[in-house]
Design a protein around this ligand. Structure first.
Ligand code: HPA
Length: 275
């Protein structure tokens, strides 16, 4: 057993002893999705700081917690607060929680994020199911000696986002009365937003949205054979599309505006996913 799997199992064991059951789905809440935790019942909320071996957040006021409970009757664990590469964490740290969930027995990963719209047909407030990604310039979380206990050296990622789950997501959106966009999410390192030239280049490459998360977690999860779904909230049009500067405030404000629709979608998907 490697040092990593030992550390993963120590953290997973601690959580298992504390909780006593295994979640069906792990949900990573992106910026502005915090309110989803209000829909979780029989809640047990554990600050990252209390979890042995768990990465700690460096940003004051963004402590981060794991929320165990029932969403639409489905046992879930939610990450409120994730770790980004741009904050200075290495990729192993960024994906540590996802690997802990797997060792705990969780087989389904639901990633959410805020993203800029690269596709000119998108409007801020749109929700998009990720059908594939461009992560060419992301350091791989799998770099280094392969962890054979987690997955193969050269994993196939040709269906990294489960097509059946994308279809399920679109069905739930339709039932909820709106159209779910589908598209390619491109990873950028941040923390600066992209330049207009970078966005034009990404559009030529086929990107529909751009963001600073999700790809590392999706790769690590697929490496272990987890089923992955990712939904982006298009919080702003990407750089250079509109004649206005990009701000974190705009990202947060749009997130807030569609929070209800986004939370309803996530809950509806989890209900059917876990059924
Ligand atoms: N670029 C990168 N990440 C983002 C953006 C963006 O325009 N909006 C929200 N997250």
């Amino acid at each position: 057993m490697s040092d990593l799997t030992k550390r993963l199992d120590e953290t997973a064991k601690w959580l298992e002893n504390r909780i006593g059951w295994v979640p069906d789905v792990a949900v990573v809440l992106g910026s502005g999705l915090g309110a989803l935790s209000d829909s979780i019942f029989d809640k047990m909320e554990i600050p990252y700081a209390e979890i042995p071996g768990f990465p700690q957040t460096t940003v004051p006021g963004h402590a981060g917690t794991l929320i165990f409970g029932k969403l639409e009757g489905v046992p879930v664990v939610c990450m409120k607060g994730r770790f980004h590469h741009y904050e200075g964490y290495d990729m192993g740290t960024v994906v540590f929680p996802v690997r802990v969930f797997f060792r705990l027995g969780v087989r389904n990963l639901f990633l959410t994020n805020a993203a800029g719209g690269v596709n000119l047909g998108f409007t801020p407030g749109d929700l998009m199911a990720v059908t594939d990604h461009i992560g060419l310039w992301a350091d791989s979380p799998l770099r280094g000696p392969n962890e054979d206990e987690l997955g193969p050296r050269f994993p196939d990622v040709s269906k990294i986002y489960d097509p059946e789950l994308v279809k399920l997501a679109a069905d739930v959106a339709r039932i909820n009365g709106f159209n779910l966009q589908k598209g390619i999410y491109s990873y950028c390192r941040g923390p600066a937003f992209e330049t207009p030239a970078e966005i034009r280049a990404l559009r030529v490459l086929g990107a529909d949205a751009v963001g600073m998360s999700t790809v590392p977690e999706a790769v690590a999860a697929r490496h272990m054979g987890m089923r992955v779904l990712a939904i982006s909230c298009i919080t702003n049009m990407a750089a250079g599309i509109l004649d206005q500067p990009l701000t974190h405030e705009e990202v947060m404000a749009t997130g807030k505006m569609v929070e209800k629709r986004f939370s309803g979608l996530v809950a509806g998907i989890v209900a059917k996913w876990g059924a």
